[in-house]
Design a binder for this molecule. Structure first.
Ligand code: NI
Ligand code: MN
Length: 230
């Protein structure tokens, strides 16, 4: 990870739940933009900076969020699975249909959808890797833990992993600690917890399991609205 020296640092900003704004190589990408979730500091879409690209991991409402409104406002392209991209095109959105494991180029970034062990209505659920020259970032989407995470870590040398820890619908803190051990990123940022009572996994439990498993990855816990700069 490195900054480009002209003062425009890359960052990962959390809006609560699975929603992140990521700036890498001077492109601003939103992932799973449910920006009106109960923990989000945003009330209005026009509080966002200009969004170059939106990535949607799957079509559950807590991930699709305000994708259509945001894409229309900024004329941003949406990258998602082929089936969901087709649905979005029907709503007048410039969408790029991709599929799991196939790297695509969008806004000079390499985007790779990953498997996610979860469910969805249109297309398969996914995670996503964003590879820029400044950083390689993995957002796991909604998923349970799976052994291929180790291969993902080895193949794509992940700098920052964004992992769900809430439990119930996704990995809890214990599973996410195993995921971190396999992915072996430099930094891990927990997400998808605390939005509703049932997703009760906490960063404190996650930290405990990281220690128990001897994981050396740096844990960075963000509050909604905070950013981690790189
Ligand atoms: Ni889901
Ligand atoms: Mn979810």
């Amino acid at each position: 990870m490195s900054s480009d020296g002209d003062g425009s640092m890359g960052y990962v900003k959390w809006y609560g739940h699975a929603a992140f704004e990521i700036k890498v190589d001077d492109k601003v990408v939103l992932i799973d933009p449910w920006i009106k979730n109960p923990k989000s500091p945003l009330k209005y879409i026009n509080e966002l900076p200009k969004i170059d690209l939106i990535i949607v991991t799957h079509d559950h409402n807590d991930h699709l969020g305000e994708t259509v409104e945001i894409a229309k406002k900024f004329n941003s392209s949406v990258v998602t699975t082929f089936e969901l991209a087709n649905e979005m095109r029907g709503q007048g959105i410039d969408s790029i249909g991709a599929n799991i494991g196939g790297p695509i180029k969008a806004k000079d970034l390499t985007i790779i959808l990953t498997p996610a062990v979860h469910s969805s209505t249109a297309g398969s659920p996914t995670g996503v890797i964003i590879r820029g020259s400044e950083a390689s970032i993995y957002h796991a989407g909604d998923t349970g833990v799976f052994a291929t995470m180790e291969l993902i870590g080895k193949m794509y040398s992940i700098d920052i992993a964004l992992l769900p820890i809430g439990g119930h619908f996704t990995m809890g803190p214990y599973e996410a600690a195993w995921a971190t051990k396999m992915i072996n990123p430099k930094v891990v940022i927990p997400m998808h917890y605390g939005t509703f009572p049932v997703i009760s996994g906490s960063p404190e439990e996650f930290e405990k399991y990281l220690k128990t498993l001897g994981v050396s990855t740096r844990l960075v816990v963000l509050k909604p609205g905070e950013k981690y700069e790189f």
